[in-house]
Ligand binder design. Sequence first.
Ligand SMILES: O=P(O)(O)OC[C@H]1O[C@H](OP(=O)(O)OP(=O)(O)O)[C@H](O)[C@@H]1O
Ligand SMILES: Nc1nc2[nH]cnc2c(=O)[nH]1
Length: 188
Amino acid sequence: MAKSDDINRIIDHKLFSEDDIQEMCKRLGKQLTEDYAGKKPLVIGALKGAVYFLTDLTREMDVEEQLDFIDVSSYGDGFESTGKVEIVSDVATDVKDRDVLIVEDIVDSGLTLKFMKDLFKERGAKSVKCCVMLNKEARRTTDVEIEYYGSKVGDEFVVGYGMDFLNMYRNIPYVGVLKPEIIEKYIK
Ligand SMILES: O=P(O)(O)OC[C@H]1O[C@H](OP(=O)(O)OP(=O)(O)O)[C@H](O)[C@@H]1O
Ligand SMILES: Nc1nc2[nH]cnc2c(=O)[nH]1
């Protein structure tokens, strides 16, 4: 089966096109360029979902920056956060006295982001902010500030542009809503 047939089978509708995403990256990149002028931020991408957003966003940021990655997990194989966030793979860089900018694909309960922000603050970062592509605000269970985001989204499960379903479909170039029956089939 061709990749496009497979995608049509699982996507209910497109939420953000490639042009929409490019516009988000340009807008956020311009804002971050202004706000981090004269600073040397350490941009930390949250693996694996944020990789597509990070590579496009950082190319729109005209600042002297360094990159690192952290892999944290709270979902296991499921769709509901277990509530327990664990470091799967840590950053290699010392964050002490650094201006840290966490880049995330999506914030849902907020637990993953809060964990990372608290971690880098505890390690002595000078500042810790985040830039998130999608803000699923209605699902929040913890209070966490989101300094920059591309767009709000409703309570729907989205895939593509880095975001997965069972670690698949990250390479769909746009963001689409997963058909509810696909999730139901998996949950049963
Ligand atoms: O706000 P929360 O409820 O904590 O959920 C958001 C997190 O869930 C996803 O990651 P996931 O653990 O699925 O890993 P992935 O990035 O490898 O897809 C996403 O990339 C965020 O990190
Ligand atoms: N792929 C994906 N991961 C998530 N993690 C939390 N919410 C979502 C979502 O809507 N899609």
